[in-house]
Write a protein that binds this ligand. Structure first.
Ligand code: IVH
Length: 679
């Protein structure tokens, strides 16, 4: 390709990518599949790598972040970024409108009204249409240069969408994080055991102020424009709302909730109307902003100290308030997850009275160090469950008490277990626990489990709510009369359901194992377990080490399975199911050295072996189902003695315990190679 063709191709790709980025992030209406976007993106990356001279400031490849900075430099705003006066009630709004009317000598004022975004104010500078600098508000006069980071925000145009852009354009707006991205970020932080962010605003601020722009790029930030600063080479229209229209045409994201209204009634209606939608918005707002729409009048009204006379923010009730933790107890979710919940002194927050707030999990309680009796900051925003954000440590009294995670499920009394590496503790009585009943039954009946056609959510709800069915075994005791008496259940569908239940009595072992709803045991694992163990009783007797011998079963699944069968409540329900006639063909366990080879055998290791460390030997013995003990007793089956074995060897000899060397141990571990000890 000729050099000029390559340059043209690069320009074409930039334009395409910028356009599709706009369709995706600003209009939320993509035109091409992600894969196609990625293809164009890679092509541009390749061209720029081969021809660095073609790299431009508005290239979408610059959105992925660059090398970390050692610090941010200062930027002096061409026009100061001022603040707004607040109105906390209607009277203050009425007074504002009166002042404007009197100064203007007009009966009725036209206002442009928008949400007051609860994020971070920023200023974006475009020279001849190209984004060249982005800065935080700072003290209003000087902010920090966060250009690199802002480039990674997909909703910020890298170029003004116009063939005749202004010579200079400063766009003012707010960077924020949408609720869904905030929830995902905190969930990921929690999962990693890292600090969570108190609210989307803090998360946005923390993400924007990263010296490493690649971190900013990995956080999903949003942007909305709400005005302009210095403008050169574009004649401003007469109305503020027309500036916003123009920004939209230049591909800047503008809140779809913005409107133009007349007079103070228009303002108050808008406040009510948006307030009603506040919980459903995708982002936090802390109020609405009213701006005089006539730009000439705006100029005449001017400023008092650092705030304009032509605009005011009308605030909604705060989404974060302080209250006291009266108690901390736990809630059991549908999947058995046990969540600590703070019981609070009632507090009005985010427009409702809140008395409970989630503390997510035990680690989070410790990380935030929330204690019973503490004063805490509680947040409720959008549809999100209220949560305890932080503790007011300076208000802590001596009599606060620490939370203790219960070891029994408060709903069913089964053991509470927390699997290794998991943040969440769970009730282990999956088949038995009333909190998990509905979920367990629906799963049990599902197509790939027991395949009971017709046992849907509505019927399960009624069966459980009317205390007809407590656990899956009760399904097999149902009669036609009970079923036909349920709401919206005709006799025909009742008898169809009975037939489906009857049919499910005869099943297969993989289906039955899957139907039990053991955490981390999907259909494929259920099949692996069934194939490996052949019989349910053998599976139920397997310990974790034996379970990890199964193809594709790692320590986490092994733990889940072992915990499930260790819970006596679950074993009882399984017995009841068998007693009710649920059956399946069984087979012989697989001939493998793994299961049972060393099951039930106790080893003691002493002295140094030539090839294996003691840890390795222990691991391999346990993986084959054996146990390794620290001292020799009558119960010891084998002592593995290496060089310089000491008193343990003597003791073994005294007790007549079998003594093995490394080869002897290997022979036990690997019976197939030796042709003995097969299961
Ligand atoms: S207009 C002269 N519009 O509120 C000031 N500000 O208290 C013009 N804010 O720092 C600001 N949403 O970050 C305006 N729709 C909106 C806004 C908004 C949020 C923030 C902005 C500013 C603060 C002023």
């Amino acid at each position: 390709m000729a050099a000029s063709d390559i340059a043209q191709r690069a320009q074409f790709l930039r334009d395409q990518l910028n356009y599709h980025n706009y369709r995706y992030y600003v209009l939320d209406s993509p035109e091409i599949p992600d894969a196609e976007y990625d293809r164009l993106f890679r092509e541009l990356l390749e061209i720029e790598a081969a021809h660095p001279e073609l790299l431009t400031a508005d290239s979408p490849t610059q959105r992925i972040g660059g090398l970390p900075l050692s610090g941010f430099s200062q930027v002096t705003h061409r026009q100061p970024m001022l603040s707004l006066n607040n109105a906390f009630d209607e009277n203050e709004v009425i007074a504002f409108d009166r002042r404007v009317r009197e100064a203007a000598g007009q009966e009725i004022i036209e206002y442009e009204v928008d949400p007051k975004f609860d994020g971070l104010a920023i200023s974006l500078t475009y020279e001849n249409g190209v984004f060249i600098q982005g800065a935080t508000r700072g003290d209003g006069y000087t902010g920090e240069d966060v250009t690199q980071n802002l480039r990674t925000v997909s909703a910020i145009p890298l170029r003004v969408a116009s063939d005749t852009p202004p010579k200079l354009l400063e766009v003012r707006g707010e960077v924020l994080m949408l609720h869904k991205d905030f929830a995902a970020l905190n969930a990921a932080q929690r999962e990693k055991g890292e600090k969570t962010f108190a609210n989307p605003r803090n998360a946005a601020a923390g993400s924007l102020r990263q010296l490493d722009s690649r971190i900013t790029a990995s956080r999903k930030l949003a942007f909305f424009a709400y005005g302009v600063g210095e403008v050169q080479g574009w004649k401003l229209p007469k109305k503020f709302s027309d500036i916003m229209q123009q920004l939209k045409q230049w591909h800047f994201p503008v809140a779809s909730e913005s409107e133009v209204v007349q007079g103070v009634e228009g303002l108050l209606d808008y406040f009510q109307h948006l307030g009603g939608k506040r919980d459903k918005l995708a982002f936090d707002i802390d109020g609405v902003v009213y701006k005089v729409n006539d730009l000439q009048l705006q100029e005449e009204l001017g400023f008092v100290s650092r705030a304009p006379r032509f605009a005011i923010a009308h605030k909604y009730p705060a989404q974060e308030e302080i209250t006291q933790v009266l108690d901390i107890d736990v809630q059991v979710g549908r999947t058995g997850a046990i969540t600590p919940v703070a019981r609070l002194a009632p507090v009005f927050v985010g427009g409702v009275t809140v008395t409970n707030a989630t503390l997510h999990n035990e680690d989070e309680v410790r990380r935030k160090d929330v204690r019973i009796g503490d004063w805490v900051s509680v947040r409720r925003a959008g549809d999100v469950i209220p949560e305890v954000v932080s503790v007011m440590e300076d208000r802590r009294q001596d009599d606060v008490r620490e939370f203790v995670m219960p070891d029994k499920c408060p709903v069913c009394g089964s053991h509470v277990v927390r699997l290794e590496g998991e943040a969440v503790a769970r009730c282990s009585g999956g088949l038995f626990c009333p909190a998990q009943r509905k979920q367990a039954l629906l799963h049990f009946a599902s197509r790939r489990a027991m395949d009971i056609e017709g046992l849907g959510e509505k019927i399960v709800d009624q069966l459980v709510d009317n205390a007809i069915v407590h656990n899956p075994s009760d399904l097999y005791k149902l009669g036609l009369v009970k079923l036909a008496n349920l709401d919206r259940m005709a006799e025909k569908s009742a008898s169809n359901l009975l037939a489906a239940i009857e049919k499910s009595r005869s099943t297969s072992l993989p289906r039955f194992i899957f139907a039990l709803g053991i955490r981390n045991v999907g259909e494929a694992t259920a099949k692996d377990l069934a194939r490996h163990f052949g019989k349910l009783d053998v599976l139920m007797a397997a310990n974790e080490a034996v379970l990890t011998q199964v193809t594709d079963v790692g320590p986490i699944v092994a733990q889940s399975v072992a915990q499930f069968f260790a819970e006596s409540h679950n074993r009882e329900v399984i017995e009841q199911l068998r007693a009710a006639g649920v059956h399946w063909p069984e087979s012989e366990p697989r001939r493998t050295h793994g299961i049972g080879a060393l099951a039930g055998k106790t080893f003691v290791l002493t002295g140094a072996m030539p090839n294996m460390t003691r840890d390795e030997a222990k691991e391999r013995i346990e993986a084959a189902g054996g146990k390794v003990a620290g001292s020799v007793s009558k119960k010891t089956d084998y002592v593995v003695a290496g060089a310089e074995a000491g008193s343990k060897l003597t003791k073994a000899q005294e007790l007549g315990v079998t003594i093995l060397d490394e080869d002897g141990l290997l022979a036990l571990l690997n019976p197939e190679a030796q042709g003995k000890l097969e299961f």
